[in-house]
Design a protein around this ligand. Structure first.
Ligand SMILES: [Zn+2]
Length: 246
């Protein structure tokens, strides 16, 4: 289990070669999403391994972090190609934070990623259902729960638990969100200097574990080697995604 969530070195060196443009894109009719020559469309038929999906994320993040984003799959031809169907190769559960846009930080385009975003990248029933859908119905073979540096939702939870809650949150549902993050804050080891950053990593790992524990179909796929669930942290300063250590 731990290996499934943490076994991939997201920061490992990766080729910067951009994904090839779909050969059929320029002349593709609107129904061409199922054309077997298109790499994305081929997923539903041949499947993309969890390892290959991770490699694409690693390569894309390397391009982004180093300032060489290729901005693939975002033109008119791509839009036409994927208009009749989607086969995202990976699923990202990310925070809603405006600085953590998965398509940008992994340098992907339309139809590449199934992205679920909620403040604090927590897992509730609606989120879990969305993640299940992306795997079971769309063929995604990788789920990444993605926390990030200086997460406001995690910080708000940390502050509230330490008696520094904001009076402006009264009457809101922010407390309900914080309740989902609280287990991560409570799991911070004593003596940790940067409690917020520790909670961010723990929270992402908890989300990955929640998915594994609460979804029997996804758990079965993980155990069969057909799906990986990994937890990672995004660094706002250098743009890099690395595995959580929590
Ligand atoms: Zn956040």
């Amino acid at each position: 289990m731990a290996e499934d969530m943490h076994g991939e070195a997201v920061h490992r060196p990766a080729p910067r070669k951009a994904r090839p443009k779909p050969k059929a894109a320029a002349a593709a009719p609107p129904h061409a999403a199922a054309a077997p020559e298109h790499p994305a469309a081929a997923h539903a038929v041949s499947g993309v391994s969890p390892e290959a999906a991770m490699a694409r994320l690693v390569a894309g993040n390397e391009r982004y972090a180093s300032g060489f984003s290729a901005h693939p799959d975002n033109d008119l031809a791509r839009r036409t190609l994927v208009s009749s169907g989607q086969t995202p190769f990976a699923t990202i559960l990310a925070c809603a934070d405006s600085r953590v846009a998965p398509e940008l930080i992994f340098d992907q385009g339309l139809g590449d990623l199934f992205v679920c975003r909620v403040a604090g990248n927590v897992v509730d029933d609606a989120l879990l259902a969305s993640l299940e859908y992306s795997v079971i119905h769309l063929g995604s073979s990788l789920i990444m729960t993605l926390g990030h540096e200086r997460c406001g939702a995690v910080k708000a939870t940390l502050d509230a638990l330490e008696g520094r809650g904001s009076p402006e949150d009264a009457g809101t549902k922010i407390g309900a969100l914080a309740a989902l993050i609280t287990p991560a804050v409570n799991a911070i080891q004593p003596g940790v200097a940067d409690r917020l950053d520790a909670a961010v990593s723990i929270n992402a790992s908890h989300a990955a574990a929640e998915i594994f524990v609460r979804s029997p179909p996804l758990r079965a796929r993980v155990l069969a080697g057909k799906l990986k669930i990994v937890a990672a942290r995004y660094d706002l300063d250098d743009g890099r995604v690395t595995p959580t250590r929590a």
